[in-house]
Design a protein around this ligand. Sequence first.
Ligand SMILES: *Cc1c(COP(=O)(O)O)cnc(C)c1O
Length: 416
Amino acid sequence: MYEKFGISKKMEELSKKVEMMVKPQFEKLEKIYEENSLKVLKAMQDSRLSLMHLNTSTGYGIDEPGRDKIEEIYSRIFKAEDALVRSQLISGSHALAITLQAILRPKDIMLSITGLPYDTLQTIIGIGGTPGPSSLKAFDIKYEQIDLKNNKFDTEAICKRLSKKDIKLVEIQRSIGYSTRRSLTIEEVEDIIKKIREVNKDVIIMVDNCYCEFVDTKEPIEVGADIAVGSLIKNLGAGIATSGAYIVGRKDLIELAGERLTGIGKEIGPSLNQNTNYLKGLFLAPHAVYSSLKTMIFASKMLEELGYDTKPKYNEKRADIVQSIVFKNKEKLIKFCQGIQAGSPIDSFVSPIPSNMSGYEDEVIMAAGTFVDGATIELSCDGPIREPFIAYMQGGLTYPYGKIGVLKAIELIEQG
Ligand SMILES: *Cc1c(COP(=O)(O)O)cnc(C)c1O
């Protein structure tokens, strides 16, 4: 069968060898997959999820039971006081923007302790390039940053800065975004939050949780964060949610985010036929994340065997679903993305090329032959066209589909 997809015998043989080598890693994933599945089911049962909650609302959607039930379930899963799970949140970036705009006021200072934030966040904050007229900076909200030190939190610098008690909000981005660092495990997040609390009890700690949900068995609120944010076209939507994002955390902060989103509060907001999608997506999310991680571990080892520089390595502990490959070569980056597209179910016959995207400074190439436009829990690969030409690959709703996409991409770069 693989031959029919243009995969050479040599590559198929290598893939069999690699699958033997990564078996222990696959086995570790199963435990996490199982625990998260039980967590989801328990939250649905404890919330007394019922058929009626699959109904939907239009217009104002005042106090809609289904939408409220979904937010109750999210609260349980995250061990949070409250949640906003809305299709009116367009993306992870939008949810992050709403959260920051809801909490921060003129003259407040936000502090990133994971270095430069994700590209779209830079636009929202107003750093890098000219600050936009609606950026936080334009509203006189100050931004400071502490870089990671040797890929870890710079605890000393962080505690020193926070002991001054003039910072309103700390931002922690767990996943790597388009950077060259590593992703941050939940244990590391727990540890830094403990240390922050020793010097500053009141600072609001916000976690950008994009790509990290269900990669481990704990989530940010239960290790002490005040608020956490993620996208539903990533991990928790499992390719079923067709749009949306979530914000979970302290009740007072969720209330502020709700007000910022709707102008009035979280009691309004129609679910617009998303309830079933959100619930089914959440139900399948432990499996989607599991498949995605398997695909990335397989890819990491395959590429390593062929001499490429991969991060993380196949046997490293993972905190997100992203696999990066440092190509140091523009053509290989483009070819690899084109290969991922060629292995997709949708638009497999088209070839992506780099172009400008709103919110991003550099040209970006994005391969996503996905059912939900741009959904990166489905196998996808993207990267800004800048040195050192890194491909950021993630997703894979099932392992066999993920594997064929990876093999197709590898064939393309190997054929040159
Ligand atoms: C994906 C992502 C976001 C948000 O991106 P959207 O495409 O707007 O959903 C934010 N931060 C990180 C680290 C991400 O990976």
